[in-house]
Design a protein around this ligand. Structure first.
Ligand code: PGA
Length: 231
């Protein structure tokens, strides 16, 4: 089986550096992880965590330097050995991030030799028609991937209703969406994200067209995340 990619999105957690170090210490003890593992902590912890796994970030800015208060650039992140960047997460889209800004960030990440993980997702309820979902995903994909070599990026499919709800999407539906993204946009890696945990991760990872997971809540639980990366 192809090696899967498991990305832990810590979001605005944990509250202290001591907790962050303790999670990484426990993860570092995992022997023989079967997947490629990426941890995306808040920026402030990046240089302070000694992780044996790759580091990622949850966002970045498209300019390299200048008068952009509060922003962080790809070249800055590269100095902290950041290899991946989550871009266009629905929680940032919700705060007003546009498809155009997302595209600029994708371009900036690639320019800085950081692999962008483009998040796409739609639907506030689980019973949405699959055709409608695909229709809306196309807009996010076309805008997000504009002018970009799709082979160099990862896409994460995250239905909005599944994020943090305790109700993951159906793996069969997810695999069909992954196939659609791969065939139509020539993206080679598609992840699933939304309420994954140690118990349900396997049902997604066993699907050959799902290349891995973007894990939120469960990535802060060292025991659960250790199980997921060892599946
Ligand atoms: P969740 O978050 O696993 O807590 O649902 C996933 C995400 O938002 O990336």
């Amino acid at each position: 089986m192809k090696k899967k990619l498991i990305v832990g999105n810590w979001k605005l957690n944990p509250a202290t550096l001591a907790e962050a170090k303790s999670i990484v210490l426990k993860l570092n003890k995992v022997r023989g992880a079967t997947s490629t593992v990426v941890i995306c902590p808040p920026y402030v912890y990046l240089g302070l965590l000694k992780s044996k796994f790759a580091l990622g970030v949850q966002d970045l800015f498209w300019e390299e330097k200048g008068a952009f208060t509060g922003q962080i650039s790809a070249p800055m992140l590269k100095q902290f050995k950041v290899k991946y960047a989550i871009i266009g997460h629905s929680e940032l889209r919700e705060l007003g991030e546009s498809d155009h800004e997302i595209n600029l960030k994708m371009v900036a990440a690639l320019g800085g030799k950081i692999t962008p993980i483009l998040c796409v997702g739609f639907g506030l309820t689980a019973d949405m028609n699959e055709e409608d979902i695909l229709f809306h995903l196309q807009t996010q994909l076309e805008n997000g991937l504009r002018g970009i070599d799709p082979d160099k990026v990862v896409v994460a499919y995250e239905p909005l209703w599944a994020i943090g709800s305790g109700h993951p999407a159906d793996p069969e539906h997810t695999e069909r969406v992954a196939m659609f993204i791969k065939i139509k946009y020539k993206v080679s890696k598609v992840l699933y994200g939304g309420s994954t945990n140690a118990e349900n991760a396997q049902s997604f990872l066993k699907k050959t067209r799902i290349d891995g997971l973007l894990v939120g809540g469960a990535s802060l639980d060292a025991e659960a995340f250790s199980k997921i990366i060892s599946i």
